[in-house]
Design a protein around this ligand. Sequence first.
Ligand SMILES: NC(=O)c1ccc[n+]([C@@H]2O[C@H](COP(=O)([O-])OP(=O)(O)OC[C@H]3O[C@@H](n4cnc5c(N)ncnc54)[C@H](O)[C@@H]3O)[C@@H](O)[C@H]2O)c1
Length: 500
Amino acid sequence: MRNVRTLGLLGTGVIGGGWAARALHFGIDVIAADVKPEMESWIRGAVANAEPALARLTFAPLPPKGKLSFTTDLRAMAQRADFIQENIPEQLPLKQRILAEVSRHAAADVIIASSTSGLTPTDLQRDMTAPERFCVAHPFNPVYLLPLVELVGGAKTAPATIEAAAKFFTYIGMHALRVRREVPGHLTDRLQEAIWREILHMVNDGVATTGELDESIIYGPGLRWAGMGTNLIYHLAGGETGMRHMLAQFGPALKWPWTKLEAPELTEQLIDRMVEGTQSQAAGRSIRELERLRDDYLVAIQQVLRQFDVGAGSTLRALEERLYKDAAGAAARGDQARGEQARGHTLPRFDSTVRPEWVDYNGHMSDFLYVHLFGAAMDAIYRSVGVDEAYRKKGRMFYTVESHVRHLGEAKVNEPLYVTTQVLALDEKRFHLFHRVYRGRDDALIATGEQMHLHVDTAAAKAVPMDPTLRAKLESLRQAHAALPVPDEAGKPVGSRVAR
Ligand SMILES: NC(=O)c1ccc[n+]([C@@H]2O[C@H](COP(=O)([O-])OP(=O)(O)OC[C@H]3O[C@@H](n4cnc5c(N)ncnc54)[C@H](O)[C@@H]3O)[C@@H](O)[C@H]2O)c1
């Protein structure tokens, strides 16, 4: 398979727009094709709407954003794309026809994947040229924030196609779930539909409203599901003997049964109840407002899960590892795009923007977040010298034991910022640093921060000497900064200019 630089999208509705936002954010160019020319402004709007939440997902250094172009010419898209993702309406004859057509224009080493929610790959690839490069890659809305993508091969799919697709989706921050056997609805939609069917029954039978049924999930099982799925959760519910006890206790209930296997008829009355119920839940909030709320908590949840290294949090960690590695590689190759030349000195530089949740009631960036920013800048430096997940797993890391921040100016929401870091001193356990925060628009110095970091053995909770290789790398950084003047403010305590 090709190295994917350009993603081709076929169909640019809700799902096509989500794919575009994710790919562009992680540096992949996108060429989007739709039969309707008006979808160009729609997809540009969808990408812009996704950006604020995506921008908050990680502090890791991102490559320059990809470029978006649009066409109504399927052939032009197929000839320029390295990977094609189809997202047209869920109708088998339409998808079969369009997939066959696109496969005639795309080179045989270009993977073609379908976002289908439930059609099977064997049916979809039936009339394609080089059908072995086809698979289902089923994402979840919002595609730009939810990492899951189900990969399903059909009778003619080559195993290498699934592996290459998994590699690409992992690169853009996703969790590729390889589905062993094609079944209608794949895995997730089969499960989701079981719940949806029961909801329709209960609303139809007047057992509960849509709002009550959503409460039954969001205050309980929904909270558990983000970290552990139904099976592991039930294993815990069985007590010391786990799943075996769980099955013995609740097995008989499966025969009663609690659930129904066929969905109820979608009568006008049921449709009205579903629509009125969800409108009352929305309580006057627009779809856009609700999307923003959903996106904000989806970002926050993934950041919490990241701390515990579970589920989508593990995917985020893996993505960050990859981004830091790539940025270190780019820096090592002297990539000026990552701009290591800051204000004439060779200081490590970390770029960021003032995120919406960073500003206080003045509309300016809050004081404590400057320390957060220094942490992110240091994280980038540490990773570049090998202090990564593997190093931390060995029980070694740096603790910040002292910080002195001076606030000299202000930054407003969404303003670009950059931090430069100067090494003041280094010994076997201590790393003494001086950060300067500049506002991107006018290069004004708006804060400085002096910090002492201590190298620790986390299990013993005490300072220990650094590994020799790490020490040598930091020492070369110190030597590179040795000729720079020591900043006037360094070493001064708070209020040092006040006469005592
Ligand atoms: N909406 C979801 O939550 C969701 C989630 C996962 C997967 N999917 C799947 O993704 C696919 C697209 O769903 P959607 O919700 O984005 O639909 P949508 O209706 O929002 O978008 C479909 C787009 O395809 C375009 N289109 C139609 N015929 C075309 C053609 N011949 N060539 C190019 N473009 C064409 C339409 O103009 C439209 O812009 C479906 O297969 C669906 O099952 C949807």
